[in-house]
Design a protein around this ligand. Structure first.
Ligand code: SF4
Ligand code: SF4
Length: 335
């Protein structure tokens, strides 16, 4: 069943969901870059994908895994599973593909991560189809320009949104106060991304060109700031810390915090050995993980073509430039 809602009613609809859910939406607040935040009536940002993705609502930048408490006779461990009921509105197609990649890792491949899967199960997804290409995106090259795995899909149509409910949980949200049935055909959009990536044999060719000069050339300006990995919706490296609870000598907590393969200390192991000391090696790891190593294990890429890493890099390092350079040299028979 399909519906429509007037665009001007959207903020009121989202606020009405707030009675039963924590509502997450793309917003523009103060001078900050657009990001997904808890919606309390801020200005919605619907122009294109946000600068920051919605990843933090499934894998927070810092999350308490459990706390532990010791007294004379016992030792207690209490896991901290987040069961908040959420509605995530406005995630773009590339974002829905990023969630599929995280599901593949944290529900299937590594075994079920309860902290992640609880947030996933308790979140209703309302995706928003892109009607135009965003800056630096290349989703059309990677086949991630159509949303997947959503409960409801919104599509722009003049002064309305055309709305498709895919699941019962989604349909239950579509209150007649805001939504009207429609038998109109679904709108379609012809996206033309400004960047293209040649994906034929991409993983194989990048790996075969481990020593191509482009790695050195591009990494010479890399600052190892880690912005590319922090902003990426599919990057998932983390570290675990046992932290004291301030003011207590019997309680402590284990926290999981985002980490980054772009930081030198990330590869520091026992004996102070750093196994990826060069910027070249770390940049190459980022790109090869996205297009070669992940593909080897999962049959697809760990990049959804959102272009966030390109936009955010302070020295304009662009993984499509690196990949296309190698692809071109391979097709021309150069190494
Ligand atoms: S690697 Fe870059 S383009 Fe690909 S998903 Fe991550 S941020 Fe987006
Ligand atoms: S954002 Fe750019 S400069 Fe910073 S670590 Fe990534 S590639 Fe290097």
């Amino acid at each position: 069943m399909n519906y429509t809602i007037k665009k001007e009613l959207l903020p009121r609809f989202l606020l009405s969901l707030g009675k039963n859910f924590e509502v997450i939406a793309p917003v523009k607040e103060y001078a900050r870059p657009p990001s997904f935040e808890i919606f309390k009536g801020q200005e919605l940002f619907l122009d294109e994908r946000t600068t920051f993705s919605a990843k933090k609502f499934f894998r927070p930048s810092k999350e308490k895994i459990f706390s532990f408490k010791k007294d004379k006779a016992s030792f207690e461990i209490s896991p901290e599973i987040d069961t908040t009921k959420r509605v995530l509105f406005g995630i773009r197609p590339c974002g829905t593909h990023a969630l599929q990649a995280l599901d593949q890792l944290f529900v299937k491949f590594f075994g079920e991560d309860q902290f992640y899967s609880s947030r996933r199960k308790n979140t209703i997804i309302i995706a928003l189809q892109c009607s135009k290409a965003c800056k630096n995106g290349f989703c059309t090259s990677l086949g991630t320009s159509q949303a997947v795995g959503y409960d409801i899909l919104f599509l722009e149509r003049g002064a309305d949104f055309f709305v498709k409910a895919e699941t019962e949980a989604g349909k239950d949200l579509l209150d007649a106060e805001f939504f009207k049935h429609t038998s109109d055909a679904e709108p379609s959009f012809n996206l033309e991304c400004e960047k293209n990536l040649e994906t034929k044999d991409l993983g194989k060719n990048l790996y075969a060109n481990f020593n191509h000069p482009v790695w050195k050339q591009e990494s010479e300006r890399c600052l190892s700031c880690s912005s590319c990995t922090q902003i990426c919706p599919t990057c998932y490296c983390y570290r675990l810390n046992d932290d004291f609870v301030f003011g207590s000598d019997t309680e402590s907590e284990r926290n999981r915090t985002w980490d980054s393969c772009q930081l030198k200390r990330f590869t520091k192991v026992a004996g102070n050995h750093v196994f990826r000391p060069s910027r070249k090696g770390r940049l190459r790891q980022f790109v090869l993980h996205k297009f070669s190593y992940y593909e080897e294990n999962h049959g697809t890429h760990l990049c959804v073509g959102c272009g966030r890493c390109i936009t955010t890099c302070p020295v304009e390092i662009d993984l499509t430039f690196i990949a296309n350079k190698i692809q071109k040299d391979v097709s021309e028979g150069k190494k």
